[in-house]
Design a protein around this ligand. Structure first.
Ligand SMILES: CC(C)(COP(=O)(O)OP(=O)(O)OC[C@H]1O[C@@H](n2cnc3c(N)ncnc32)[C@H](O)[C@@H]1OP(=O)(O)O)[C@@H](O)C(=O)NCCC(=O)NCCS
Length: 121
């Protein structure tokens, strides 16, 4: 990403947090606080969550943990009824990560596979 694009992306994240339209988080290593990826809960008509883990940190279960923590925060602390995650049908790593986070597969909408997580009980 170019410095211009990075600055735009940080400004967009700050604006989302300020306006309450989204909750963008950096995933940080609990040991040394190094950034490992991003998880973003979008608070539109429905709440949707997306995650990306930086290439060097992939394959360690970071995305499922981040998806679960951020979605549970939305359900429990923000009172959301449901959090949606979507993936391209050929993005196996993303589908696995969403399933490992405990989301249930709802089906296909357009060109995306949809999953949802609700509070248990
Ligand atoms: C999809 C993504 C978020 C998964 O993150 P992660 O922290 O690596 O997730 P996991 O460690 O649970 O691995 C998930 C699956 O990725 C695959 N995987 C395992 N090691 C991997 C590696 N080193 N590199 C890439 N994928 C790997 C496996 O299929 C794994 O499933 P398994 O544990 O059942 O074998 C990450 O690959 C990513 O950021 N990709 C690019 C952005 C993207 O596609 N985001 C999703 C859009 S919503």
């Amino acid at each position: 990403m170019t410095p211009g694009r990075e600055a735009e992306s940080v400004a967009r994240a700050e604006e989302q947090w300020r306006s309450g339209t989204g909750a963008p988080f950096v995933i940080a290593d609990a040991g040394d606080d190094r950034a490992l990826g991003l998880v973003n809960l979008q608070l539109g008509e429905e709440a949707t969550i997306a995650v990306s883990v930086f290439p060097e940190a992939r394959g360690r279960g970071i995305a499922p943990r981040a998806l679960r923590l951020a979605a549970e925060w939305g359900l429990e602390d923000l009172g959301l009824e449901c959090v949606i995650a979507e993936a391209a049908p050929d993005n196996e790593a993303s589908i696995r990560a969403i399933e490992k986070a405990g989301f249930e597969r709802d089906g296909v909408r357009g060109d995306r596979v949809r999953f949802s997580l609700r509070l248990a009980g």
